[in-house]
Design a protein around this ligand. Structure first.
Ligand code: G3P
Length: 291
């Protein structure tokens, strides 16, 4: 499973790429707002074009999703093309993010603008990440329209199930993939958890051999990341803290404490010897260079 960083904060992006395990970046308007607000609070001014250019360069050719801010077909087409044309030449790694449906309510007439935009831009070979997926059928239509990625929002489905059933929770709390029971298994339109949503999207896309990659989004903790991988997601996009949490276990700390305490003097001498040899070699090479 590929791991993307879900962030627009350049410091976080540099930090995450230094780990050597990041395969791409996803941003959205809220993440950009958070990153910009942080900088403005520190008294900095932001040149958005330069800022996005820097993100694209740090990503070193790995895909970076940039989301449109318009909500109607004509405007999203214009914005999507412009965004792609302006930024893709920099590092050839821009993906345009389009919501599956830009309507605000059931009676809003923008219901089909998202899908039409995805179909048109995909035909123009602009890679699309279709966002705000909350049902497997939304993923099916996005895939049929040619989206390169579909992003089911796992954590927000878990929030919805808990909110509907008045269950208290913290944002990062684990939500079981098999769902929660309160007399019966709780669900949102046949989806019992965020991971179940991801699994159902994968099943449909695999069954009909569609090319689209399933990108698990709104992932809130390490265990949910594991379940996303076990479900067979192509990608999980994770906030920096969740990426860091993937490595934490108290038995690993305990093991480290014991290993570093148990180094016998003979072994330590051997290791220190390696260090000295390296230093000598480096010194010789440096002298040679100076001549
Ligand atoms: O990738 C989508 C993500 O940014 C949303 O995450 O935690 O706000 O639901 P969250």
């Amino acid at each position: 499973m590929k791991i993307f960083l879900d962030s627009a904060d350049i410091d976080e992006i540099k930090e995450a790429y230094s780990y050597g395990i990041i395969d791409g970046i996803t941003t959205n308007p809220s993440l950009i707002k958070k990153a910009v607000d942080t900088r403005i609070t520190k008294g900095e001014k932001i040149d958005m074009k330069k800022y996005i250019t820097e993100i694209l360069k740090v990503a070193k050719g790995t895909p970076v999703s940039l989301e449109v801010t318009e909500t109607t077909y004509d405007r999203m087409i214009h914005q999507g093309r412009k965004l792609y044309k302006t930024f893709n030449p920099i590092a050839k790694n821009v993906v345009i993010k389009i919501p599956i449906n830009t309507a605000f309510t059931d009676s809003d007439d923008r219901q089909m603008d998202g899908i039409r935009t995805i179909a048109t831009l995909s035909k123009e070979k602009i890679p699309i990440n279709c966002t705000l997926i909350f049902t497997p059928e939304q993923a099916l239509l996005a895939a049929k329209a040619g989206a390169k990625y579909v992003s089911p929002f796992a954590g927000r489905i878990d929030d919805e199930i808990r909110d509907l059933n008045r269950i208290k929770y913290e944002k990062h709390d684990y939500f079981p993939l098999e769902g929660l029971e309160k007399g019966k298994v709780l669900e949102d339109n046949g989806v019992v958890s965020g991971i179940d949503l991801i699994e159902q999207c994968i099943d449909i896309i695999d069954m009909y051999e569609l090319e689209t990659e399933v990108l698990g989004a709104s992932i809130r903790n390490a265990r949910q990341t594991r379940e996303c991988a076990l479900a067979g997601a192509d990608i999980a996009t994770l906030p920096l803290n969740v990426i860091q949490d993937l490595l934490k276990h108290h038995k690993t700390y305990e093991g480290m404490q014991k290993f570093t305490k148990d180094i016998v003097i003979e072994y330590m001498h051997l290791m220190n010897g390696f260090k000295k040899e390296n230093t000598k070699k480096n010194t010789k090479r440096n002298k040679f260079k100076k001549k």
